[in-house]
Unconditional design. Sequence first.
Length: 313
Amino acid sequence: MSTKVIIDCDPGLDDALNLFMAFGDGVDIDILGIVAVAGNVGLAKTERNTRLLCEIAGRSDIPVFAGCDAPLNYPLATAEEVHGGEGLEGIEIFQPKMPLQSQNGVEFIIETLRSAEEHSVTLVPTGPLTNIAAAIIQAPDIIPKIKEIVLMGGALREGGNITPSAEFNIYVDPHAAQIVFDSDIPKIVFGLDVTHQVLVSTEVMSRIQAIGNPVSDAAYNLLKSYNVFDSDKYGEDGAPLHDPCTIAYVLKPDLFKLKACNIRVEADSPITRGHTAVDFWHATDLPRTSHWAYEVDRDGFFNLLIELLETYS
Ligand code: RIB
Ligand code: CA
């Protein structure tokens, strides 16, 4: 039975690769809808980019919604320096033909979950957790309908990428992250500790370049831009492929090593806002509702990425 999924994203260069993986031909995922959130760039661009990516991949059949345009409490912080002013540096930006759904994205999440079977829908957020938290606040009755939340966010052993102690998605909306992490919803969490193990090396770029279909070409050009900023920042060969760890897990969970932990979020400290306190060594008796990813089969991950990009040929 296909995994029923709602993707929530802020494209965003790595969000784009995650969507291309999820859209791959023959992929056993039933995408109920995609909800855009403000994050890497503002909501007007993340929702447009989501529709643009659907059209590039020939998936205009998937309904795209706009969710929240700002975090629950803080003003929006964006990351144009990483993703470009339009959020998809490296490819031509066009106005998609497919329409944006008129229903608000948070309403879509609530309505879809209310009509779903118990524990049947996987949420895959790869941006700030604003939409997910807003849905939980407005409709706590949806919680039993969620199978698990497979999210990109947080850091334990890796330093932060937006402040010394915080990863971007959690930093942008730490109050939303608190609601998600404090809930008893099962979470699979891909933080910088594991995403920094999947850097897009020159060798991987050559493999992608050799595929030669419109989607792999778009992926190559997006990654070329993405590598510039992060390679300089980290002094590594290639940028970390953060968001694609989520769909890679949905498709091949055995690629990753996970540990059940409690994770709490600092929301208000001016120094550590957005910090994820991952209780990896079980120093507390707090409920271990998260599975923290700490290791990945790097070759298996990139083989999966290449395989999925090849399905568009
Ligand atoms: O810290 C990395 C995360 O922030 C990724 O989801 C990237 O797209 C940005 O949203
Ligand atoms: Ca993202």
